[in-house]
Ligand binder design. Structure first.
Ligand code: RIB
Ligand code: CA
Length: 310
């Protein structure tokens, strides 16, 4: 029986890869996707989710809901310098998609999914934690029912990627991260300490997708190109798969070693160790080869069957 999952995302190139991985993973069922301002403004995040839905045509089709347009208590800083203005590498000629619904109802969707699936639900947070913090404010009882929260974010024993001490998701909304850490939730954090080990060589994606020609494979190669170029330029050996690793760890936690820690959030989103009862567990060492095999085997399955009528 596939486990129900809600993915909260700020799509972004690596978020898009995480969604594609999720939609090809039989262990989970993506019941809902909520968007949050982060890499791109939240309205653009909605457009990108609809682009990916049209491209991949997952079943079941998830509920889609727009979330917070800005962090709890500061102006939005986006990641468009890396992800592109549109968040998916600024490609031309995306097929037209229906106009996404733009009422902010992510909080009610998270509450509904939490009350529906309770302990069975895993919430995978791939962007700033604004939506989760707002849901805690609206209905902490519902959030307390969620079985697991797997969040990509933080830089614990390694340098940050926005400032020397802060990772992007935590930097964008430290107030939200503080509230989530204070809520005594089953929080499994996947920080840069782990994700920087999840590097996809450019040759890897090309060889994996050579077997899967068609629009999906062509789009993946195209929208990841910008990420490869910028990650290479900053010294990585390939594309750093931050969000796909977090999603993979929601599917198979044995891909990482975990450490229970108590973290506090600094004023600029620093994730600092402190003494006292652990308030989360963080992924540390990962089995990078086993993760990359899982990711590439699933990223681009045989093309979705065309509906009989088309
Ligand atoms: O620091 C990496 C994180 O910030 C990833 O989630 C990426 O998509 C950006 O949101
Ligand atoms: Ca993200």
């Amino acid at each position: 029986m596939a486990s129900p999952v809600l993915i909260d995302t700020d799509p972004g190139i690596d978020d898009a890869l995480a969604l594609l991985l999720a939609w090809s993973s039989p262990e989970i069922s993506v019941e809902a996707v909520t968007t949050v301002a982060g890499n791109v403004p939240v309205e653009q995040g909605m457009v990108n989710v609809f682009r990916l839905l049209a491209l991949r045509q997952p079943t079941p089709r998830p509920v889609i809901a727009m979330g917070a347009a800005e962090p709890l208590a500061r102006a939005l800083v986006t990641g468009q310098r890396y992800h592109g203005e549109d968040g998916l590498g600024d490609l031309a000629n995306w097929p037209e998609t229906p106009k996404p619904p733009l009422e902010p109802d992510a909080v009610s969707v998270i509450i509904d999914q939490a009350r529906r699936s309770q302990r069975l639900l895993t919430l995978v947070a791939l962007g700033p934690l604004t939506n989760l913090a707002l849901t805690l404010k609206a209905d902490a009882g519902a959030v307390s029912l969620i079985g697991r929260i797997v969040a990509m974010g933080g830089a614990v024993d390694v340098p940050g990627n926005v400032t020397p001490t802060a990772e992007f998701n935590m930097y964008v909304d430290p107030e939200a991260a503080h509230r989530v850490l204070a809520a005594r939730l089953p929080l499994h954090l996947v920080p840069l300490d782990a994700t920087r080990q999840a590097v996809l060589p450019r040759a890897g994606i090309k060889s994996a997708l050579r077997r899967a020609t068609g629009p999906l494979a062509e789009r993946i190669v195209a929208f990841t190109e910008r990420g490869f170029r910028i990650d290479h330029a900053s010294g990585a050996q390939g594309l750093v798969l931050h969000d796909p690793l977090a999603l993979a760890l929601a599917i198979d936690p044995t891909l990482a070693e975990w450490e229970p820690v108590r973290l506090v959030i600094g004023p600029e989103g620093e994730t600092q160790r402190t003494s006292g009862e652990p308030n989360c567990r963080i992924a540390k060492g990962i089995d990078a080869n086993r993760f990359l095999r899982l990711f590439l085997d699933r990223l681009c399955p045989a093309l979705p069957r065309r509906r009989a009528s088309s």
